[in-house]
Design a protein around this ligand. Structure first.
Ligand code: NAD
Length: 273
């Protein structure tokens, strides 16, 4: 079945790690990319490289540097995307957002309990982490649906980790956000299916992957050593592994996969700890 429509991917966290690899893989497959990211100073040069790679693949890179959890900025970003879609419509093309990927890594890596309150989680840290890493997904999908960006065949992916159901001393806040994110995807999957439009939502549970987000976890050396030892393939997951799977799941014939948690880890999860 051919899709005559103009395919776009909205990648939340499209400047690094899994979001970056997926943006480039989808661009090579003909998608235009709207990348939302939060980068400062030196990291901005890296964003220009990512955009150049998307452009070299013959696709458009509409990148917006903003906090994805900010309601007003989300509205402004979608207005920018709407203007871009209007230009395509004026040229008799029909754009739609086929792939939404939530790949935001921005959380407090602190324990719940500490003698020093500054070293432990507090309301602000808890709510900020939940908002960026979990709840923002719901608000983006609401606005994308109301704005007519999603159509039959659109697919939503959110990134979780084994840490949603395991404990690591500094990962408790992020772990709770991952558990919420998995729940949000189940709820969206059910409600989207009931609309009858043909939009699906699934969670990708990546294995431990070398990215800037992993290196910020204080226990990263232990996590990397454990993943390398446990992974039956003898290597860690790469951003490209994740990108390959999202590209495949975004293709035809996957419309009845809905509300699942799909492991992309070479079998790391099933070996246990
Ligand atoms: N690296 C791993 O081992 C691993 C394993 C499983 C799941 N994950 C999950 O995959 C996702 C991507 O992680 P990664 O390792 O590729 O991270 P990364 O640090 O390489 O990339 C994070 C991206 O999020 C963007 N970002 C962060 N906060 C933002 C905000 N408030 N608003 C807009 N953009 C923001 C950054 O600009 C960047 O593009 C995360 O949800 C992470 O928890 C990571």
């Amino acid at each position: 079945m051919t899709d005559e429509r103009e395919r776009w991917a909205l990648i939340l966290g499209g400047s690094s790690g899994m979001g970056q690899a997926t943006a480039i893989a989808l661009a090579k497959a003909g998608y235009n990319i709207c990348g939302i990211h939060l980068d400062f100073r030196a990291a901005r040069a890296h964003v220009e490289q990512v955009k150049a790679e998307i452009g070299a693949a013959g696709s458009e890179a509409l990148y917006i540097n903003m906090n994805a959890a900010d309601d007003e900025k989300r509205a402004a970003a979608l207005a920018t995307l709407r203007e871009r879609f209007d230009r395509s419509e004026a040229e008799r093309r029909h754009p739609y957002v086929r792939v939404v990927m939530h790949s935001l890594a921005f959380g407090s890596l602190v324990p719940f309990l500490s003698d020093d309150p500054k070293s432990a989680v507090d309301r602000k840290k808890m709510e900020m982490t939940q908002d960026v890493m979990a709840n923002s997904l719901v608000y983006w999908v609401q606005d994308l649906l109301r704005g007519g960006f999603l159509e039959g065949g659109s697919k939503i992916f959110a990134m979780t980790s084994e840490g949603s159901s395991r404990v690591v001393p500094s990962y408790g806040v992020v772990s709770s956000a991952k558990a919420a994110l998995e729940s949000h995807i189940r709820q969206l999957a059910m409600e989207l299916a009931q609309t009858g439009v043909g939009i699906t939502a699934n969670t990708i549970r990546a294995g431990v992957t070398m990215t800037p987000a992993l290196m910020k976890i204080p226990e990263h050396d232990m996590i990397i050593a454990s993943a390398t030892k446990r992974n039956p393939t003898g290597r860690m997951t790469t951003p490209q592994d994740v990108a390959n799977v999202i590209l495949a799941l975004s293709g035809e014939g996957t419309d009845f996969i809905n509300g699942e948690i799909i492991g992309v880890d070479g079998g790391e999860f099933i070996t246990g700890s």
